[in-house]
Write a protein that binds this ligand. Sequence first.
Ligand code: NAP
Length: 240
Amino acid sequence: MSQKKVLVTGTSRRVGLHIAKRLHQDGYAVLAHYRSETEGVQELKGLGIETIRADFDSRDSILEFVTRLRHQYRSLRAIIHNASSFTPTDDDLARAAEQYELFFYVHMMGPFLINQGLQDRLQGDEGNPADIIHITDINVENPTPRFDIYGTTKAGLHNMTLALAKKLAPNIKVNAIAPGPVLFTESHSEEVRQAMMDETPLAREGGAEPVYLAIKSVLDNPFLTGVSIPVDGGRRLSKR
Ligand SMILES: NC(=O)c1ccc[n+]([C@@H]2O[C@H](COP(=O)([O-])OP(=O)(O)OC[C@H]3O[C@@H](n4cnc5c(N)ncnc54)[C@H](OP(=O)(O)O)[C@@H]3O)[C@@H](O)[C@H]2O)c1
């Protein structure tokens, strides 16, 4: 297994934490990015996983993160962009503008500057291309109007997948994983959870492992670029 680092963003909890732990378990050298110091981050450190802290809330902090990585790492095997902000669009225009700015930094400018700034560090193994993987959302194709700021910025990330797949070939593959209902949040009421499962052909909350399995299959496949893999139990087919 490659000892070049796999950078995963947003590993403090939930899906990102699971991805970091599973990659480590499967023998990858993980570099786990986090913003908040959580029990999850303590767990990663306890496993001997290298961690790096940054807030992707401004151009300067993202650029500073890229500079730090450039100084510390000569080569990376993959970058997995999992960090995300998820809240419904605020009715107040000024607050919605703040949300737009933050979501734009986290979902679009962050991944763009990190990908662009580290592209020469990305190196595959045994003549195969390296990987960039964007975690998007099934909302990019069938949006939920109440979450339109979240959805449109994730749609930008989806489009970036296609653009960078062309731009960074043949040395780097660029793909997206588009989750559906994999882990509910505390804000999902029992009623909303049930409605989402009723709309999902496989009728369950998928969990973080299916996201990891999709990531692993992309990392293992040297002839795949510019694709988006839905991990959604089929919900995109029936979502209203
Ligand atoms: N859960 C689902 O069912 C579902 C469905 C569709 C798509 N997805 C996508 O799958 C991915 C993982 O989902 P999740 O539910 O595990 O997400 P989550 O619980 O919202 O976690 C997001 C992660 O991003 C980090 N983050 C947020 N804002 C940041 C910032 N300004 N700078 C740096 N890091 C920041 C968070 O760190 P803090 O701990 O500091 O907040 C956290 O580690 C996301 O990209 C999400 O959009 C998930």
